[in-house]
Structures are given as structure tokens and as C-alpha cells.
Design a protein around this ligand. Structure first.
Ligand code: AKG
Ligand code: FE2
Length: 307
């Protein structure tokens, strides 16, 4: 079945007046977030504190980044999976190109990235990037800060993506269907749509994000609900997107919330080191496992344990 829009996809507005802990608006917001995460594994976010100007500026700067010679792009490499540059290739897609910037709210890591790409280190890129990464991190704290069991320290991995328009009249894969391996992801685009979400088995909807909205995606590790998504390209325009991934700091152990485990709700997964799972998910053996099944393959307890 192709993409269709019959299902009502949750859109949640984060108004400043609702952000004070304890007030009614805050409780209503928490309930909506929880329901959307549990039902869809994702939702559209409208949040004015992530500046639309900085975001627009970033998309402008990404067009400069794409023009950088390939020898410099290749310097954006990392021992960690998904943290470096990937050019158009058969394994991902001939339409795809993506850069990675780890620890993106840290000015020094932005500077190191920019110095690899531009001889003058592009201070404007660094400043805009720093503002955007910091605002996104604040938003993540807002979301995860209210779930005691996921109060983990994160670093933000930013990925800048370009998807080329497919040949005229074609509907082509820009990024294969997958679930995200980090704890969560925030995605925005330049209003050229392409991101699709599998809302039910085989039923995909295409999101049309506005200049002030984001898509929030829950990743595998929290076992809330991870959602299959992909990028499909059609039309004449290239698409630019920025994804901010919440990556737990080194040594973080993802635990099952013990208070939720009893005879009726046995513990299904062992506690695990996030980075071990992350490395596993990008390893050769995991390539043969469906993306949504990788956590199960890595961490399932059989038989489950009840307290
Ligand atoms: O570019 C997008 O819209 C989605 C990117 C994505 O899902 C990912 O990189 O995990
Ligand atoms: Fe993703």
C-alpha cells in the first residue's frame, strides 16, 4: 500500500504557557506526548523556542556544505557508526548524502567540523549551528525530563541530509525503512516532503512539515514503541533535512524500569550498555535482521523475568 493520509497523525504544540511543571497545561501536554509516543512512536512538534530564523539559516548553510569538494567531505569520518559523511551509494541510496556532527552543542566539536570543511572555519556556520543544537537539546530535556526512567545524559548527533530529486515521474527511495537506534530523533526539513511513517502494517503516511514544525521519533532503546520510517522522493526538488539524535553518553546502561515489572509485566529485555547495542545495530550480523527486530535480537530475555 502506498502513502496515504487518512490516519490522524498527532500534532502537539508546545506553548510557552504550558511549560511550567505542575500546572494543568503541563499535565495535558505530558499526557498527549505519552499517548503519541505509545501509539505512534512519533508525533509532529510545534515549538516556537526552536527559532525558525536559525533553522532557515541552517538550510542555507547546508547548501554551502554540499558544495564542498569531496576530499574534504571525506574528512568527516568517525569510528562511531552513523557519525560521518556518507555519499550517494547503492547500500543507502543514489539520491542520499549525509554528514554527521557528534556532540553538536559543544562549540569545539562544531568548530572542528567546520574547520575540516572550510579553510576559514566558517564562524557563521558555527554560531548558527551552536544555537540550533542548544535549542534542540533543551527541547529533548523537556520531553525526557519528565520520564524518570529515561533521565539519562545525552549528547546530540546532528545529521545534515540532502536527497536529490529522482528522475522525472519517478517515486524513489531516498532512505530505506528503519527504526532509529538512538533514544530519540528530531527531524526538520526545508518543506520539500519525503519523510514517510508506517502508521500501520504496510500503511505509510507522508509528512508535510511546516517551517516551524519538527517530527519527533522515539528510538528502539526505550522500548516504548519504535516506528518504521523512510524517505521517498518524487517531484523536481532536492530535499534538505536535519536530524538531531539523542545519543546516551558513554557507559550508559539502559535499564528496564523496575517499578513497572511484576508478574503481569515481566521484564522482556536485559539491561544493556547503549553503545554495545548501537555498535551491534550497525554491524554485519545485524544487517540480516529487520531494523525493528534488532533490539529484540540483541537484548531479549528468554524466558522473561518477573519480580
Ligand atoms: O531525512 C529524514 O527526513 C529522515 C532521516 C532519518 O530517518 C534518519 O537519518 O534516521
Ligand atoms: Fe530515522
Amino acid at each position: 500500500m502506498g502513502a496515504n493520509a487518512e490516519i490522524e497523525f498527532p500534532i502537539i504544540e508546545f506553548r510557552s504557557s504550558d511549560l511550567k511543571r505542575g500546572i494543568d497545561g503541563w499535565h495535558r501536554l505530558c499526557k498527549k506526548v505519552r499517548e503519541a509516543c505509545e501509539t505512534f512512536g512519533c508525533f509532529e512538534v510545534v515549538y516556537e523556542k526552536i527559532s525558525t530564523e536559525v533553522r532557515e539559516e541552517m538550510f542555507g548553510l547546508m547548501k554551502e556544505l554540499i558544495e564542498v569538494p569531496v576530499e574534504r567531505k571525506q574528512k568527516n569520518a568517525s569510528p562511531l557508526p552513523y557519525h560521518g559523511w556518507v555519499g550517494p551509494c547503492n547500500q543507502v541510496s543514489l539520491l542520499y548524502e549525509g554528514f554527521g556532527l557528534g556532540d553538536a552543542s559543544n562549540y569545539d566539536s562544531i568548530k572542528s567540523f567546520a574547520q575540516l570543511m572550510w579553510p576559514d572555519g566558517h564562524p557563521r556556520f558555527c554560531n548558527s549551528m551552536h544555537t540550533m543544537a542548544t535549542q534542540i537539546e533543551e527541547f529533548n530535556k523537556l520531553i525526557w525530563g519528565k520520564w524518570e526512567s529515561v533521565m539519562i545524559n545525552y549528547k546530540t548527533l546532528l545529521r545534515f541530509m540532502k536527497y536529490m530529486a529522482p528522475p522525472p515521474g519517478e517515486y524513489e527511495r531516498g532512505l530505506f525503512a528503519h527504526t532509529d537506534k538512538p533514544v530519540s530523533t528530531i527531524i526538520c526539513d526545508d518543506q520539500v516532503s519525503g519523510l514517510e511513517i508506517e502508521v500501520k502494517d504496510g500503511q505509510w503516511i507522508k509528512l508535510s512539515l511546516s517551517p516551524s514544525s519538527f517530527c519527533f521519533v522515539v528510538g528502539d532503546p526505550l522500548k516504548i514503541k519504535s516506528v518504521n520510517h523512510r524517505v521517498m522522493m518524487s517531484g523536481d526538488n532536492d530535499r534538505y533535512s536535519i536530524a538531531a539524535f539523542a545519543i546516551p553518553i558513554e557507559g550508559t546502561i539502559i535499564k528496564a524500569p523496575k517499578e513497572l515489572i511484576d508478574e503481569q509485566h515481566p521484564q522482556l529485555y536485559k539491561d544493556f550498555d547503549f553503545m554495545d547495542f548501537f555498535l551491534f545495530a550497525f554491524s554485519d550480523p545485524a544487517k540480516h535482521i529487520d531494523s525493528g527486530e534488532q533490539l529484540h535480537a540483541f537484548a531479549s530475555l528468554s524466558p522473561p523475568i518477573s519480580n
